[in-house]
Design a protein around this ligand. Sequence first.
Ligand code: ADP
Length: 159
Amino acid sequence: MIRKALYPGSFDPITNGHMDIIQRACTIFDEVTIVIFDNPSKEPLFSFLERKEQILKVLGAYPNVTVDSFKGLLVDYARDHEFHTIIRGLRAVSDFDYEFQMALTNRKLGKTIDTIFFMTDEKYSYLSSSLIKQVCKYGGDISAFVPAYIEEALRLRYE
Ligand code: ADP
């Protein structure tokens, strides 16, 4: 049996923190599918297509990771593509409330869906896409936070 999991998020853009979670997930699952969702409470900087292209570019070394995007409910995507496991990353206690609420809601909506949490490496525990965007917008060095390709994409966007 192939063990497959879904890693949903905004990935606007993908960061070293996301990459760390993907790397951890790949040691447990045979196939990991990253699905880009739009978070209605966040205005995206990059389009679905741009984010998909960025993720494909930086994940070249992971042949068992695929990328997709979806507008709608996560549980609908999971049901239609026969996923029973959702991966999420936990940075700090502050993530827990929101993630707990979302995991339970998803389980209520899709009875066969469970969420598995991976703890990020402590060196990425303070990283978020929003913070990185702010630092880049005002000319700060983001090379330790994102892959070089993403750093370039952010610089061009803010130029
Ligand atoms: P969302 O808008 O759905 O929270 P994100 O792209 O911000 O989408 O995050 C997707 C997932 O990756 C979430 O589970 C989030 O907690 C996790 N994540 C984000 N940044 C990091 C990080 N630095 N380390 C570990 N997990 C992270």
